[in-house]
Design a protein around this ligand. Structure first.
Ligand code: AHR
Length: 515
């Protein structure tokens, strides 16, 4: 029998505070995220504005803190003015990013109202693809200036007396990508982002600005893009973005399960570039990393199935795009990516699970009078967002390892803990495909330990998904044994994600076993 994996959490080794903005999400005018997703006037639960109450309820249950809006690639061709004023007068436009028709029935006012009801801080993106400094600062003035100017009075005339007071702003999206409308070189984008930032700060000095980093770690310009953009924008922006999607190669599921290692490395490399350039925010504040798109995404299916279907047809309204059905394995990976983000709290200032509804999303819907349901990935996110408060503690993990083709040998159990007063939460991802792992968890003296596990349900396998008909993948209680030595013991089945919570009590005198 193999010896147990020992995880030790030193309650005195407190790291940085976990930013609440780490649990952000993303709503893009793409596919059925907005239309037929959060907004569906014909649905029996729709409110006076057309937003589905059943979806809103699930969004609240998810417990996200921030929502990025309205794109994504969509924003690079978007005219924000199209989405304000009387709905019947709003123009219908082609959305070239997703080869769709945009009705503009949801715009800033409706969305901000919905986000308020959902308890989400809006992170607004401006179009730096087809537009620039003037349109970005106009939007900011429209949204945040109290009154007395043409733009602020227009907002008030459109029914919003008080400013929206949006603090977080993204300066464009993925401008390094050749697929992006208005794609730019690093110098072109860096200059434009700097000038836009300067003007936005003149209009409202309280804004927090995010410059677009690389679209992904494999971009040929990764690294040089960040250096150049940071040289142009240092002192004017507060955060630089990271976008990271992971996909399962069916021939190498083990590497996929260890995707957190790749995200950790990516964040580390961006942090090193920030330090190398010496980039700080306004008044010397530390430059944050905004992981404002992250998730599991089957991009092969997008490229081979969805994209050819949509891009060669008509210009549909809200077509089904990248509606990935998430498996148990995907939930373990999503949970493990959250563990990485928490562990990197010192550098990662915020993060956004992309996206929220239907489009690679934790929440799915069917139109008409159809249901809304939780995908497998919903659970690690909701359980983490609810409990990861206070300060980070990086546990010592010793024991089982797995050998991966892409990331080498890594711990079978990925772990992080947070300590908030007398509460401790431990998050574990068990990345082993076949075997169970016995765990000994040393938290010092605790009481009231309770653990929830998301894993393969009885009769299922690692590809089990939830659907409109049934949600077999949901958290269940994990039995935890407490021995007189204070060590918590439990068994992790293959492919599992766990959240354990306990109350810290003063350490009694005891002889701690050395692992
Ligand atoms: O989230 C889907 C798309 O992925 C976003 O629009 C884009 O920014 C990224 O490439």
């Amino acid at each position: 029998m193999t010896s147990p994996t020992r995880i030790s959490v030193d309650r005195t080794a407190l790291g940085p505070e976990v930013p609440r903005r780490l649990f952000g999400t993303f709503v893009e005018h793409m596919g059925r995220c907005v239309y037929d997703g959060i907004h569906s006037p014909e649905h029996p639960t729709a409110d006076g504005e057309g937003f589905r109450a059943d979806v809103l309820e699930l969004v609240r249950e998810l417990g996200a803190t921030v929502v990025r809006y309205p794109g994504g690639n969509f924003v690079s061709g978007y005219r924000w003015e199209d989405g304000v004023g009387p709905r019947e007068e709003r123009p219908v436009r082609l959305d070239a990013a997703w080869h769709s028709t945009e009705t503009n029935q949801v715009g800033l006012h409706e969305f901000a109202g919905w986000a308020e009801a959902a308890g989400l801080e809006v992170m607004e993106a401006v179009n730096l693809g087809t537009r620039g400094v003037a349109e970005a600062s106009d939007l900011l003035e429209y949204a945040n200036h109290p009154a007395g100017t043409a733009l602020s009075e227009r907002r008030r005339g459109n029914g919003r007396e008080n400013p929206f007071d949006i603090r977080l702003w993204c300066l464009g999206n993925e401008m390094d990508g050749p697929w992006q409308i208005g794609h730019k070189t690093a110098d072109e984008y860096g200059r434009l982002a700097a000038e836009t930032a300067r003007m936005m700060r003149f209009i409202d000095p309280r804004v927090e600005l995010v410059a677009a980093g690389s679209s992904n770690h494999e971009m040929p310009t990764f690294g040089e893009w960040e250096r150049t953009v940071l040289r142009h924008t240092a002192g004017l922006i507060d955060h630089i973005s990271v976008h990271a999607y992971y996909e399962q190669d069916p021939a190498d599921p083990q590497s996929f399960l260890a995707s957190g290692v790749a995200l950790d490395r990516y964040i580390g490399e961006v942090a090193d570039i920030i330090d190398e350039v010496g980039a700080t925010g306004p008044e010397g504040a530390p430059m944050g990393i905004s992981v404002d798109e992250w998730n599991v995404w089957n991009q092969t299916r997008w490229n081979e199935v969805d994209k050819p279907r949509v891009f060669t047809g008509d210009w549909p309204v809200a077509p089904r795009l990248i509606e990935d059905d998430y498996t148990v394995a995907d939930a373990v990976v999503a949970g493990s990516l959250l563990i990485t983000l928490i562990r990197r709290s010192g550098r990662v200032s915020m993060a956004n699970l992309a996206q929220l509804v239907n489009v690679i999303a934790p929440i799915r819907t069917e139109p008409g009078g159809g249901p809304a349901w939780r995908q497998t990935t919903f659970h690690p996110f909701a359980l983490t967002a609810a409990a990861a408060t206070g300060r980070v503690v990086v546990p010592r993990v010793g024991g089982a390892t797995i050998d991966t083709a892409r990331h080498g040998i890594v711990d079978a159990v990925d772990a992080v803990a947070t300590v908030d007063g007398d509460s401790v939460a431990v998050f574990l991802a068990h990345r082993e495909l076949e075997a169970s792992t016995e765990v000994e968890l040393d938290l010092g003296a605790v009481v009231d330990a309770e653990a929830l596990i998301v894993t393969v349900p009885a009769g299922g396998d690692r590809d089990t998904t939830n659907s409109a008909d049934a949600e077999p993948v949901a958290p269940v209680a994990l039995p935890v044994r407490t021995a007189p030595d204070g060590i918590l013991r439990f068994t992790l089945p293959p492919l599992a994600w766990v959240r354990l919570r306990a109350r810290l009590v003063d350490e009694p005198t005891r002889t701690r076993e050395t692992p």
